[in-house]
Design a protein around this ligand. Structure first.
Ligand SMILES: Nc1nc2c(c(=O)[nH]1)N[C@H]1C(S)=C(S)[C@@H](COP(=O)(O)O)O[C@H]1N2
Ligand SMILES: [Mo]
Length: 433
C-alpha cells in the first residue's frame, strides 16, 4: 500500500480548505485571515491566527503555560517513559500495547495509558493555572476558577474510557483494503481510568449559564496546532450545552493520583462515552456561546466523509462505537497442544457490553467468553476463553461484542475517508507452532 497512513497533516490541509470556503462563523480563526492565508499559498503561520477569543482569555492561557514543553528520550513532547514493551510510538502519539494489559485490573495503569498529543505535553503549574469561563451566554461571566476553587466544588468519581475516534483505523486498510488518512492505530488508542473531578455543570451554573446557551467550547493550553503552515489555533471542540450540563467532568485525578501531565494535568475535560477529542486536556478556558461554534475539530475533522455522506460530512461525531481486543501481540506465536487462556476486553460508547463471542478457527465456530467484570456503561469488560491449539500453522483469532442496545460488531466497518469509528471484528493473526 503506497499510502502513508501516518501523514495526517496533508489530509488536514485539504479538509481545511473546504472548511474555509463553507463557514462564516468560526471560533478562534478569523475567516478573512484564513482566506488570505490560502490566497498566499499557505505561507507559514505569519498571520497570527489562533490568538483566539477575548484578550483576557488569551492572557490567562499565557500566564498558566509558563514552562515550555519537556519530553523524554522516548518521544520529545511526552513526559512519561514509553518503553517498547508497553507502547508503540506513532508520530507524536503513543499507542498502548494490549498484550501489556494482560494481568492488570480493569483500570489501565497510568504507566501504560495511551497518549494522543496534537503537539506536545505542556508542563503547567497547578497553582498558576486558571480556568476562565466566558462568552455571551453567561449572566455572571466571565468567571475564573483556580485549582483550589475547583477542588472545593462537590467531587464526582467515575470509571470511564477515553478512546480516540481513529482507534482501529489501520484495519480499514489491512482487512478491508481501503484508503484512510490519519494515525495508523491498531486497537490501543483507548484506556480506562477512574476519574475524580468537578462537574462541568456546577462550573457553568456558577458562571450563570443562560437559556440562550447553545455551545460550550473548552480549549487546551498546549501549543497552537500548525499543519503545513496553516495555524488551526489551540485544540478546541464545541460540546452541545445539553451534553455539557449532563455528565461532563473537569478531572483533576486519574486512578487516585493527581492528573499526570501527559493526560492533561492539572485539569482536563472528560466526556463520558464520546470520542477522545471531546475530552480536552490542559483546559484553560471555556467559551459559552449563544450561537453554534465551529472549529476545525467539528467541521473538517471528526465527521464522516465519503461517497455516502453529504459534501460537508456527517454531523459531528459524538459517541464511540463497539470494539474488542485480545491481550496478545498481533502475530503472536502460540505452542501447539498446550492449553492456554485467551484474554481480552470489549467496550461500547452506546451501552454496557453484555456478551462476547470468540472464534479460534478464523470465524467458523464461535464460543461465548466468560466475562470478568460487571458490564457498565462507559467502561470495558474483561473476558477470557480457554484454548488448546490443535494444528500448527497460521490462523486468526476473532472476538465480537454485543452491547445492551443489541448491536453486535459487524464483519466489516463502514468506510469513511478519515477512518473513524472502526467497529469491525478484527482478525487477530497468530501462528501455532
Ligand atoms: N488540549 C488537547 N486536548 C486533547 C488532545 C490534544 O492534543 N490537546 N488530544 C485529544 C485526542 S484526539 C484524544 S484521543 C485524547 C487523548 O487523551 P490521552 O492522551 O490522555 O490518552 O485527548 C484529546 N484532548
Ligand atoms: Mo483522538
Amino acid at each position: 500500500m503506497p499510502l502513508d497512513l501516518s501523514d495526517e497533516s496533508q489530509y488536514d490541509r485539504a479538509r481545511l480548505r473546504q472548511w474555509a470556503r463553507g463557514r462564516a462563523r468560526s471560533a478562534g480563526v478569523d475567516r478573512r485571515d484564513l482566506l488570505r492565508l490560502f490566497a498566499a499559498g499557505a505561507a507559514a503561520g505569519t498571520l497570527g491566527l489562533g490568538a483566539a477569543g477575548t484578550a483576557a482569555a488569551a492572557g490567562t492561557t499565557e500566564a498558566a503555560a509558563a514552562a515550555g514543553p519537556t519530553g523524554t528520550a522516548d518521544l520529545p513532547g511526552v513526559v512519561k517513559p514509553l518503553p517498547p514493551e508497553l507502547f508503540t510510538i506513532r508520530g507524536t502519539n503513543a499507542e498502548t500495547k494490549f498484550a501489556a494489559l494482560r494481568g492488570t485490573g480493569q483500570l489501565t495503569p497510568l504507566d501504560r495509558f495511551f497518549v494522543r498529543n496534537h503537539t506536545a505535553t505542556p508542563r503547567l503549574d497547578k497553582d498558576a493555572w486558571r480556568l476562565k469561563v466566558w462568552g455571551d451566554a453567561l449572566s455572571r461571566g466571565p468567571v475564573e476558577f483556580s485549582y483550589d476553587r475547583l477542588r472545593a466544588l462537590p467531587a464526582v468519581e467515575r470509571t470511564l474510557f477515553i478512546e480516540c475516534a481513529g482507534n482501529g483505523r489501520s484495519f480499514y486498510t489491512t482487512q478491508q483494503g481501503q484508503t484512510v488518512a490519519g494515525t495508523a492505530w491498531t486497537l490501543g488508542a483507548i484506556g480506562v481510568a477512574h476519574w475524580r473531578g468537578a462537574r462541568l455543570s456546577d462550573v457553568l451554573r456558577r458562571a450563570g449559564v443562560t437559556r440562550e446557551a447553545v455551545d460550550v467550547l473548552p480549549r487546551g493550553l498546549d501549543d497552537e496546532v500548525v499543519t503545513n503552515g496553516v495555524n488551526l489555533g489551540r485544540v478546541r471542540r464545541p460540546l452541545p450545552v445539553s451534553k455539557a450540563l449532563d455528565d461532563v467532568i473537569l478531572a483533576y485525578e486519574m486512578n487516585g493520583e493527581p492528573l499526570p501531565a501527559d493526560h492533561g494535568g492539572p485539569v482536563r475535560v472528560v466526556v463520558p462515552d464520546w470520542i477522545g477529542i471531546s475530552s480536552i486536556k490542559w483546559v484553560g478556558d471555556i467559551e459559552v456561546s449563544g450561537q453554534p461554534l465551529y472549529t476545525p475539530w467539528n467541521t473538517d475533522l471528526y465527521r464522516l466523509f465519503g461517497p455516502d455522506q453529504p459534501p460537508q460530512g456527517s454531523a459531528p461525531l459524538t459517541r464511540q462505537t463497539l470494539k474488542s481486543a485480545f491481550e496478545l501481540e498481533l502475530g503472536a506465536t502460540v505452542p501447539v497442544h498446550r492449553p492456554q487462556l485467551l484474554t481480552g476486553r470489549s467496550w461500547s460508547g452506546a451501552a454496557p457490553v453484555h456478551q462476547v463471542e470468540v472464534s479460534t478457527d478464523g470465524g467458523a465456530r464461535w464460543r461465548r467468553a466468560r466475562l470478568h467484570d460487571v458490564p457498565r456503561r462507559g467502561s470495558w469488560v474483561r473476558w477470557s476463553v480457554p484454548w488448546t491449539p490443535r494444528t500448527p500453522g497460521a490462523t486468526a483469532l476473532l472476538a465480537r461484542a454485543t452491547d445492551a442496545t443489541g448491536r453486535t460488531q459487524p464483519e466489516t466497518a463502514a468506510h469513511n475517508t478519515q477512518g473513524y469509528l472502526f467497529d469491525g471484528v478484527v482478525r487477530h493473526p497468530v501462528t501455532v507452532v
